[in-house]
Design a binder for this molecule. Structure first.
Ligand code: ATP
Ligand code: MG
Length: 447
């Protein structure tokens, strides 16, 4: 993409309505525009990152054997009356009447709808296990929408639902989700700690929240510092294997990590040596539940078991806050000049900054780099505007592309361009070919 032809409405001023850094930076970098309280338009740059996050979630869900689909945003109230949640959900649910006076709602979550699909089409234990998921807009009429996309009213969520024959099988699905979530966050450049949590309105005895540590997090978290060293790396997990998923779950959850609601001071002190005790703030970027037969009992979702009798299915649900993740990633990756995207989610792979637009050699070198990057499957953002170098650097720093190629007559005379890391600020002079190879190599680890 050439910046002269892109739509990147960056703001010079710091918007006064934004209280936290990710909200400020998303507005300043021209990623979002508020349409109403807690409701945002996704401008091209924000939309690109949103898509990258979505794609990682899809990849990792499909890798775990979960099946993508799409359910509507508007639902009929009747299904929610069956589960009893139409009355229970309260003010957070946006209730709508259609022209015939029928009660409808903008879905805050989809347990009822998916259970209805299940009971209409699945009859036998032979069709289990089954996990269906979608990535779809939700609406929750939050009392205090704030912090930009972090606590919106309309927000994008990946929500998935597993159907299993019994509790053991459903707990395997739970563990599989825990593993796939950890992998997803890691690919986004995040360290998300799984914490045992409260069930809330979705209900259930087994539930973990995934928290990203950041000063602006809404919950206080207490943890063993060793937990933040845990990494997946290149490790593959056999998702069909009960012991393999169980082993990962134990590895990542056996060390102390609790939110304020579940924290037990006594246990913390007994289990964690003083030097490893930490408390911080955390942003919830996902949650998984096993809730047994709560919805299948209420809505008659049963299958014929091996012995020929009908039995209610065991279910769980799992959510990732796709749009909230943009805020969380920025909270965890920025400096005073702007955003620093992790390679896995960056909207463009590299910036090309032409220091002397209009100079035949500099222009030709930039065009050459542009074509070479595209040929290697990478997406550059080329600042081809006739601006001062300082302004070009400031824009690229603000929007946070992790790598910048700087091209100018002085370097070209020596046959080199400059490759700069946004994160460390260090630069290297390389031939254009070597710079392209380096970038291709860096991104090969992030596909
Ligand atoms: P919270 O406690 O933050 O209100 P929740 O526990 O009600 O969230 P879940 O039902 O667990 O939310 O939804 C799954 C994920 O969706 C959450 O982990 C969070 O990342 C995201 N999410 C929930 N509410 C919002 C919101 N208002 N804006 C953006 N993302 C949200
Ligand atoms: Mg939650």
């Amino acid at each position: 993409m050439r910046l002269s032809r892109y739509f990147l409405p960056v703001l010079k001023e710091t918007p006064s309505e934004a209280q936290i850094v990710s909200h400020r930076l998303m507005l300043r970098a021209g990623m979002i525009k508020q349409a109403a309280a807690g409701i945002y338009s996704w401008l091209p740059l924000g939309f690109k990152v949103l898509n990258r996050i979505e794609q990682i979630v899809h990849d990792e869900q499909i890798r775990a054997g979960h099946i993508p689909m799409l359910m509507p945003t508007i639902q009929s109230a009747d299904l929610w009356r069956e589960s009893g949640r139409y009355d229970d959900y309260g003010e957070e649910m946006l209730r709508i009447k259609d022209r015939h006076g029928r009660d409808m709602l903008f879905g805050p979550t989809n347990e009822e709808l998916i259970t209805d699909i299940f009971r209409a089409h699945v009859n036998s234990y032979k069709d289990l296990p089954l996990t269906l998921y979608h990535i779809q807009w939700k609406f929750r009429d939050e009392v205090r929408p704030r912090f930009g996309v972090m606590r919106g009213r309309e927000f994008l969520m990946k929500d998935g639902y597993n159907f299993d024959i019994d509790k053991d099988a459903a707990l395997h699905a739970y563990n599989r989700h825990l593993v796939s979530y950890l992998r997803s966050y890691e690919r986004m450049g995040l360290q998300a700690i799984p914490m045992r949590a409260d069930g809330g309105p979705i209900g259930g005895d087994y539930t973990h929240e995934f928290l990203v540590l950041a000063e602006t997090g809404e919950s206080e978290v207490f943890y063993d510092s060793e937990i933040t060293d845990l990494k997946f790396g290149a490790r593959e997990v056999d998702y069909d294997s009960v012991p393999a998923c169980q082993a990962v779950l134990e590895e990542f959850t056996s060390r102390y990590a609790r939110t304020d609601e579940t924290h037990d001071e006594g246990v913390f002190t007994a289990q964690v040596p003083e030097t490893r005790r930490r408390s911080a703030r955390g942003i919830e970027v996902g949650q998984i539940f096993y809730f047994g037969t709560k919805y299948s009992d209420a809505m008659g979702a049963t299958v014929v078991g091996p012995d020929g009798t009908r039995t209610p299915v065991h279910m769980g649900s799992h959510g990732i806050g796709v749009s909230r993740l943009l805020g969380a990633i920025i909270e965890a990756n920025h400096d005073d000049r702007g955003i620093i995207w992790p390679e896995g989610v960056t909207p463009f792979h590299a910036a090309i900054v032409n220091l002397k637009q209009g100079d035949a050699d500099a222009d030709a070198a930039c065009e050459g780099l542009y074509k070479a990057l595209v040929a290697r499957g990478l997406e550059p953002l080329y600042d081809d505007r006739p601006e001062r170098a300082g302004a070009k650097f400031a824009t690229m720093d603000l929007i946070g592309l992790p790598w910048r190629l700087t091209v100018g007559p002085r370097g070209l005379a020596k046959g080199v361009v400059e490759l700069t890391s946004r994160r460390t600020g260090t630069s290297e002079e390389l031939t254009p070919e070597a710079a392209i190879d380096r970038l291709a190599q860096i991104y090969a680890e992030h596909v």
